[in-house]
Design a protein around this ligand. Structure first.
Ligand SMILES: [Zn+2]
Length: 172
């Protein structure tokens, strides 16, 4: 180190040497990332699944997004499982990156189902609140949502569907 400092101006070589040292730590043939991920245990999964419980409250109107959050949980489960497996077998991070690549590709192909989120109302372009973005399938702002509900109700009324004709068959 002393020798480097003498030959190079202002510690440039020192910082280069440190960078090289950092890079050695990030070697993809190592297990740094896998070890870190495996060390997190089931927490990433728990963090994704806790909001999933909140979906019950919204029932049918949040069915699609509930599935989406399950898909996301499965993706996280796969990646953390691969990481734990690699650490266990003392393999390298490159397989983890491969697994992440494959999972990312599958998520991309299924993106309509995995990420159905919209930041703006699909009818009027108003910014949506978090509840709508994360839970509600219709991606409508409060105004458009209530408008749509009113329209549906009106449509049902004009259709005049006969209500439950439960006539008992009389015996002759
Ligand atoms: Zn709207």
């Amino acid at each position: 180190m002393d020798q480097l400092r003498c030959t190079a101006p202002l510690g440039v070589s020192t910082s280069r040497a440190l960078n090289a040292y950092d890079r050695r730590d990030m070697d993809i043939n190592g297990l740094v990332v896998s070890t870190w991920l495996a060390g997190l245990g089931i927490w990433p999964l728990v963090i994704v699944l806790i909001p999933n419980l909140l979906f019950r409250k919204y029932g049918q109107s949040a069915g699609k997004k509930r599935m989406s959050s399950l898909f996301q949980a499965i993706a996280i489960f796969l990646i953390t499982t691969v990481a734990a497996f690699l650490v266990e077998k003392e393999l390298s991070d490159k397989y983890l990156f491969l697994a992440v690549g494959i999972v990312a590709l599958v998520l991309y192909l299924l993106r309509a189902r995995v990420f159905p989120y919209k930041l703006k109302c699909v009818e009027c372009d108003a910014t949506l609140d978090f509840k709508t973005i994360y839970f509600m399938d219709d991606n409508l702002c409060t105004d458009c949502h209530s408008k749509k509900m009113a329209e549906q109700e009106a449509a049902e009324e004009t259709a005049e569907i006969p209500t439950e004709k439960s006539e008992d068959e009389s015996e002759d």
